[in-house]
Design a protein around this ligand. Structure first.
Ligand code: SAH
Length: 234
């Protein structure tokens, strides 16, 4: 899925730099800046290893042009609801990402000005309004944090297998751990009917928590030590 991030009249250089960085972190294809007010030279200093990406950002002065040709155009706002207002009937971010991924080939996600957000006329041109649920007393996030959260949620759904995650423990090693615990339970004199419940409980904790291979090996190592030391004492 092609992802374009659109910033409408961004005002802060820090924000633009951090947004560019988040775009690279989460695999965004294009960044479009509509009438940027921020100093883009300064923004480069905040973009870290996303300098090339920011240098390639598309600068436009026409909002309509920035959202043209996408399967889905998404506006974002902290004001997700206003009674009787057809424009402010947002869906929450997670519902949105779960629903769109796999459904469209391209999406443009629009973020508003730091000072005043998106205008009614701009919201009106989006297909859907998305809001990040937050404290109702103060739901307005900083621009670059809002972008990062949206992109992160999209990333999770699009790339369920991130290269940055450790390998999970296999069923084999989890079964081995349960086996050792059973042996320990026998040695410590726990009665059979209690051992059955213990095994069931440990099994459900282990499988539900989905430990990494490293964590499981560590646990296995420790339990083997415990087992051996009990065995020596008997
Ligand atoms: N004073 C402005 C603040 C805008 S914050 C206003 O009241 O609208 C800048 C941009 O960050 C917003 O236009 C929106 O794109 C994004 N944003 C901030 N908080 C958000 C939230 N809770 N959900 C979705 N987008 C948010």
């Amino acid at each position: 899925m092609k992802i374009r991030v659109v910033l409408v009249e961004p005002e802060g250089a820090v924000n633009v730099g951090f947004v560019a960085r988040a775009c690279v972190n989460f695999g965004v294809d294009e960044l479009v800046l509509v009438n940027p007010r921020a100093d883009l030279e300064e923004a480069l200093t905040y973009s870290a290893k996303a300098k090339d990406f920011l240098n390639k950002a598309i600068i436009m002065n026409d909002y309509d042009e920035a959202i043209k040709g996408f399967d889905l155009v998404v506006a974002t706002s902290s004001k997700g609801y206003s009674r009787g207002n057809h424009i402010r009937q947002a869906i929450d971010l997670r519902t949105f990402v779960e629903n769109i991924v796999g459904r469209v080939n391209s999406v443009a996600i629009i973020f508003g000005r730091e000072s005043s957000g998106l205008k009614r006329s701009e919201l009106d041109k989006a297909d859907v309004l998305v809001t990040i649920p937050a404290n109702p007393g103060y739901p307005v996030l900083n621009l670059n944090q809002a972008v990062a959260i949206v992109l992160y949620e999209l990333w999770l759904v699009l790339k369920r297998t991130s290269q940055n995650l450790p390998p999970r423990a296999s069923r084999d090693i989890l079964d081995k751990i349960i086996d050792i615990i059973n042996h320990i339970a026998v040695k410590t004199g726990i009665q059979e009917h209690k051992r059955v419940r213990l095994e069931r409980t440990i099994r459900s904790i282990l499988f539900r928590s989905s430990p990494s291979l490293f964590e499981a090996k560590m646990l296995e190592y420790f339990l083997r030590k415990v087992y051996r030391s009990i065995e020596e004492k008997h």
